[in-house]
Ligand binder design. Structure first.
Ligand code: CUA
Length: 338
């Protein structure tokens, strides 16, 4: 389709733009996304017909009633006021169209909201923060950040139910290929669900303006075969096993634990138990830093720890003003958190 062609064109011509990072609502891979694509098509179809009809009438009228070369008259055309039939028609028809669209949308939204969980259901609690996502797995006793791993719906009976909450302001969950937007609202719990039929990484973002770094509050959903998901979850539930044999790692751990880092971050099995920032227990198992701002690699991690404000101005993590040796030690420690 046109949209696919446009995306393909963008992806070949914009250097460094990774494949699939532009999420496409016309290529849904989960039930809620599919249902919503039907509404999108219906809405686009109806509005396209209106657009073509109005455009055609305008072009026809401009052409038909243009001033002709031999028309010397200075008179205005006849002015017509007050036709009840026409006025009723242009009032009633749009109202009917609006009611059709409202009715169809309400039915789909209610269907998604009221769906009952299938037999094999994973529960994920997603908490919005300025500007990152806390991802908790209550039944698996572990948490991560900015990346939701879930099992693929290979048997038709596997779904993930998301419990959406916020720590500060209103955010909105949106992974276009999987499900439409659902807000994360302070002092309120919202729910939605996804059942991706394909493995892979699906990109999403916060869809409600939530402050300076709203645009850099990115989210990914990593859909895995069931066994891979189980292995990942088992790994994540383990405490951190920093390589204590390595002197640099040990020094880094000491520096990290001597600073305010531990007030905001948790590293399971250590004295770091802060909850204001992302859990770092298995930091290196993630793809990005700063909720999708940077790919997770040595250089980016070092730059980030040195001064997060460079990559994400306004974010709540300050520069700790570390010396170069301290910086290298802390980065070594973080890189040991697999
Ligand atoms: Cu969170 Cu916008």
């Amino acid at each position: 389709m046109f949209v696919h062609a446009l995306l393909a064109l963008l992806q070949t011509h914009v250097p460094g733009l990774p494949e699939y990072r532009i999420a496409n609502i016309f290529n849904p891979q989960a039930t809620p996304g599919e249902l919503e694509r039907h509404i999108a098509n219906l809405t686009l179809g109806i509005t396209a017909i209106i657009f073509v009809a109005v455009g055609a009438l305008i072009v026809y009228t401009i052409w038909k009633f243009r001033r002709k070369p031999d028309d010397e008259s200075q008179h205005e055309p006849p002015q017509v006021y007050g036709s009840n039939q026409i006025e009723i028609a242009w009032t009633v028809i749009p109202i009917l169209i609006v009611f059709i669209l409202i009715g169809v949308s309400a039915r789909v939204i209610a269907g998604i909201q009221n769906a009952s969980p299938p037999r094999s259901t994973l529960k994920v609690r997603l908490v919005g923060h300025q500007w990152w996502w806390e991802v908790q797995y209550p039944d698996l006793k572990m948490k991560t950040a900015n990346e939701i791993h879930i099992p693929v719906n290979a048997d038709g009976h596997t779904a993930t139910y998301l419990q959406l909450e916020s720590q500060d302001v209103i955010h909105s969950f949106w992974v276009p290929q999987l499900a439409g937007k659902t807000d994360l609202i302070p002092n309120r719990v919202n729910y939605t669900w996804i059942d991706p039929k394909k493995t892979g990484t699906f990109f999403g973002n916060c869809a409600e303006y939530c402050g300076t770094q709203h645009a850099n509050m990115l989210l990914r959903v990593v859909v895995q075969p069931r066994n891979d998901f189980k292995a990942w979850a088992a790994e994540q539930a383990q405490p951190a096993d920093a390589n204590a044999q390595d002197a640099k790692v040990a020094q880094g751990k000491a520096v990290f634990e001597s600073l305010a880092c531990i007030n905001c971050h948790t590293v399971n099995g250590t004295i770091a138990t802060g909850v204001f920032g992302p859990d770092l227990t298995h930091l290196m198992s993630r793809q990005t830093i700063g909720a999708g701002v940077l790919d997770l690699n040595h250089k980016n991690l070092r730059d980030w720890v040195n001064d997060p404000q460079q990559a994400k101005p306004g974010c709540l993590m300050p520069s700790m003003k570390l010396t170069d040796p301290e910086l290298d030690q802390v980065v070594s420690y973080l890189e040991s958190l697999h």
